[in-house]
Design a protein around this ligand. Structure first.
Ligand SMILES: [Zn+2]
Length: 84
């Protein structure tokens, strides 16, 4: 029951339920990335029932290879190129 800064906290909803939404992750190196959840699911070969909160453990920074220090669902329009 805390107040995290940044985007909405990671839900325990399965990926299929959130597949149209974007995940934003931050790395300790300062890099951040926004990815569609369905793209992450395909890329990592996980099942659609995997909780969104679990997929973060599989992500690696494209710049330094580190694991994200924070992640959350991006708000709609935040990405700027995936308009509904
Ligand atoms: Zn990094």
């Amino acid at each position: 029951m805390g107040s995290m800064s940044g985007p909405a906290p990671m839900p325990d909803d399965p990926l299929w339920f959130r597949r149209g939404e974007n995940l934003r992750a931050w790395c300790a190196c300062g890099h951040s990335a926004v990815m569609r959840l369905d793209a992450i699911q395909r890329e990592h070969g996980v099942g659609p029932h995997t909780p969104v909160s679990r997929i973060v453990d599989r992500l690696r920074c494209r710049r330094c290879g580190g694991r994200p220090v924070q992640a959350g669902l991006a708000r709609r329009g935040e990405e700027g190129r995936a308009a509904p």
